[in-house]
Write a protein that binds this ligand. Structure first.
Ligand SMILES: C[S@@+](CC[C@H](N)C(=O)[O-])C[C@H]1O[C@@H](n2cnc3c(N)ncnc32)[C@H](O)[C@@H]1O
Length: 265
């Protein structure tokens, strides 16, 4: 597959995708070229797929606001300020208030112990919470806006966080580790949609003592349409090699599984 092509260049230069990891644009384009013959169909399918992947988790305007709020938080260190920052990404917004996030992580760390290192796959801006609570976190995401925010928190404000703009479905994107805990929050259904079978492959590729996996239980519109039961069944059928479920629980709109390593006989 050539890595230069007029349509690929057009997609890479489009302002719609300038904040997405270029590897994702290349991967999606290559998949569409394999599936469609006519350039018009390739372009339509690639644009639809990229739109679905990048979603509307955080707009450029919200990213700019985050830069201001971050500066403010770093002076005052208040939970109100932290909440303002975390409300600027759709996924962390759903876990607020911050007291609920504290309760969520307390529940996770009760099982895993307080980690010395966390890998956050498809992190969004969640490492801001972890860093603000003094937890060392390494993030990966295809969103340049989210990754820039995490790196600013680390590099400019000295928080123990960093992130890489990389596509988990491309070779070499998952940091080697080892990590105490890996978070895969609201990621696996997205990966399966991008590539069938990818969710289990990614879980097997992560080098961490514990995997903490979550699934949304409500639609974007807040409706309960039986997603918890559906994802429980999916998880039961996709336990990674050498792991077992140490705990599972549900919060208002999310279902969590904590997967530990099975003891060797
Ligand atoms: C539903 S959000 C979850 C964000 C974060 N894990 C959380 O729960 O707060 C999904 C995230 O996955 C990222 N993403 C989607 N496909 C990805 C891929 N192939 N590689 C890396 N990140 C991806 C998106 O950019 C987005 O930030």
């Amino acid at each position: 597959m050539p890595d230069s092509n007029p349509l690929l260049d057009k997609l890479l230069q489009s302002k719609n995708y300038r904040d997405i990891c270029p590897d994702t644009v290349r991967r999606v384009w290559a998949e569409c070229v394999r599936r469609y013959k006519k350039p018009k169909d390739v372009e339509k399918a690639a644009r639809e797929a990229l739109h679905g992947i990048s979603g509307a988790f955080m707009t450029p305007g919200e990213a700019r606001q985050l830069a201001y709020d971050m500066q403010d938080w770093c002076i005052k260190h208040t939970d109100v300020g932290l909440e303002k920052m975390l409300s600027l990404h759709a996924s962390t917004r759903e876990r607020l208030p911050v007291s609920d996030m504290d309760a969520l992580y307390a529940r996770i760390f009760e099982v895993t112990g307080r980690p010395r290192s966390v890998l956050d796959l498809a992190c969004g801006i969640q490492p801001l919470y972890l860093g603000a609570r003094g937890i060392k976190a390494t993030g990966v995401d295809i969103s340049g806006l989210a990754v820039d925010a995490v790196n600013r928190f680390g590099e400019v404000y000295g928080m123990p966080v960093s992130a890489a703009c990389a596509d988990i479905l491309c070779p070499g994107a998952i940091p080697a580790g080892p990590f105490d805990v890996a978070l895969l929050f609201k990621l696996l259904p997205l990966l399966e949609r991008q590539k069938a079978g990818a969710a289990l492959d990614v879980m097997n590729a992560v080098n961490a003592n514990w995997l903490v996996v979550s699934f949304p239980t409500r639609t974007m519109g807040g409706r309960n349409v039986g997603m918890a039961a559906q994802y429980s069944d999916w998880m039961a059928a996709h336990i990674p090699a050498g792991r077992s479920v140490a705990a599972s629980f549900e919060t208002g709109n999310e279902l969590f599984f904590i997967l530990g390593k099975e003891a060797r006989p």
